[in-house]
Write a protein that binds this ligand. Structure first.
Ligand code: WQD
Length: 337
């Protein structure tokens, strides 16, 4: 079976391509290479021995998307990662995010709508919950108006998919990620560092390596055990495996609704200081950091209720925070060597 992975050379996309290939799927990857590099193909091949078919494609170009699907009519499923994902950048440049994250999604769905049946997995985010009232967060927690345009594109994306499935043969699963971290244990693929990292873990590993002077901890006055904000950090390989399981659910027609939603997290919340201490433990290094003011738009706490993913998908995150941080550190050292 041929599976299309859009944004398949990105951080989560590349790890998912590896897991798809391990399950015997034929994978074709499209990516516009704006936020990654072709070297990721080598990394994937070094892990699985198989180079996925690849086409450079910017999904914002509608005619090129139409042409692609004409040439690949035998695609059984699509896992859609292609999107811009930097929260801060989305505030400064909202139209880049609405064009890239929404137009691209619409053009792909327009092609899938023409098929007798289509299986679609959407990369969404826990950011759609905003600051949820109750922890851990379940899938029926209310979707709130996300603060950032990035988060809004995920909320709108989910709404578009829901509307389209009502009038088409598209079946969809929305995967709401918590905080993806780490790298493949082989250190052949990982989170590519482009510019100054916005996310916590790559900033920590770059600081640990000496590329950054110190980590700024955004606030220690939150109503949490140690005052720093709490998130659910999930190993990217665990996340990738969930995508394959979700896809198989659709391919095997096990879904009970046209659109199903799953939270993908570990179910455990970790504070910024706990992540720092875990890094220090796995690396043996003291991490220089300073406490500064809160970052605009940050929430206090978010961690997943994983019952639905455990019970319905039969999926559970396996890696600990320590293992995830160790893999992130191994990757940082590898790419700097
Ligand atoms: C985590 C915690 C920061 C950097 C966002 C998106 C989510 C997903 C992941 C794309 C927060 C603190 C961070 C730093 C810090 N997007 N922090 N110093 O904001 O939870 O989630 O990225 O995949 O959809 O919403 O992730 O890693 O930016 O921050 O103190 O230099 O670390 O305040 O508490 P976030 P993050």
């Amino acid at each position: 079976m041929k599976i299309l992975v859009t944004g398949g050379l990105g951080f989560i996309g590349s790890h998912t391509v590896v897991e798809l290939q391990k399950e015997g799927y034929e994978v074709i990857v499209v990516d516009n290479l704006l936020n990654t590099s072709l070297n990721v193909l080598d990394g994937i091949q070094n892990i699985t021995g198989i180079v996925p078919a690849f086409e450079k494609l910017d999904l914002r170009e509608k005619d090129k998307v139409q042409d692609f699907f004409k040439r690949h009519a035998d695609i059984s499923g699509v896992i859609h990662f292609a999107a811009s994902k930097a929260v801060g950048e989305s505030v400064e440049n909202p139209l880049l995010y609405y064009e890239n994250n929404i137009n691209a999604l619409v053009y792909v769905l327009q092609e899938l709508q023409k098929k007798p049946e289509a299986n679609f997995i959407f990369s969404s985010s826990c950011t759609v919950y905003g600051q949820a009232e109750k922890m851990p967060i379940t899938e029926n927690a209310p979707v709130q108006q996300p603060i950032s345009p990035y988060g809004n594109t995920k909320k709108i994306g989910e709404e578009i998919i829901t509307d389209v499935t009502k009038v088409s043969n598209i079946n969809a699963i929305l995967l709401r990620y918590f905080n993806p971290i780490g790298s493949h244990p082989s250190a052949e693929i990982g989170e590519l560092p482009i510019g100054v990292p916005q996310n916590l873990v790559p900033f920590i590993t770059q600081t640990g390596f000496g590329l950054r002077k110190e980590l700024a901890v955004y606030g220690d006055d939150y109503p949490t055990p140690d005052g720093t904000a709490v998130r659910d950090y999930i190993h990217v390989v665990d996340l990738a495996k969930a995508h394959v399981i979700a896809l198989q659910r659709l391919l095997n027609k096990k879904n009970t609704e046209k659109v199903e939603t799953f939270n993908l997290g570990t179910g455990t919340g970790s504070s910024v200081l706990e992540v720092i201490h875990t890094f220090e433990k796995v690396s043996g290094k003291k991490l220089p950091y300073k406490i500064v003011g809160r970052r605009e738009g940050d929430i206090t706490s978010a961690y997943a209720n994983t019952d639905k993913a455990n019970d319905v998908l039969g999926w559970k995150a396996q890696s600990t925070l320590e293992q995830a941080m160790a893999s992130a550190w191994k990757w940082e050292q590898k790419i700097r060597s």
